[in-house]
Design a protein around this ligand. Sequence first.
Ligand code: FES
Ligand code: FES
Length: 169
Amino acid sequence: MTDKVEVILTVNGRKFRRRVQPRYLLADFLRHEAGLKGTHIGCEHGVCGACTILIDGATARSCLHFAIAVQGSEITTVEGLSKGDELNALQTAFHENHGLQCGFCTPGFLMTATELLRSSPNPSETEIREALTNNICRCTGYSNIVKSVVAAVEKIKAGVSAEKEAEHG
Ligand code: FES
Ligand code: FES
């Protein structure tokens, strides 16, 4: 067996230093070394998107990266979206619009939508549908997932307006 290597990653703002096999997957590092089971593993070959996370702000399939290959990176998992028990606007919109059934695909969809809303805060439904083609859902038929992202856009806009109103009295 190959000697273990030291991997240091910052996940959701917390630093993890672990010794793992060189071929240890990032998805396994997140689930078993960092204890963050929100990152799901489906196909394990880059197709389904269930394992999607952000590496330095960009979406990536954690089943396609060795942990050592992203040494020193800042990783965000689905657990990093909420503030403690408080869901963010996107998560709340999925909850309110029935954007999930079994929920297995949901963390991946949330991470993909997070990247979309950061780069394009006011996407059209077509842009939303295009972005979400990166992820597969076996339960929902996608309608409620798209509806959830549309609702999140409105929620975020309403939140920004409320903040501006508060600032200007
Ligand atoms: Fe990574 Fe399916 S588990 S893409
Ligand atoms: Fe079940 Fe998407 S909600 S796979």
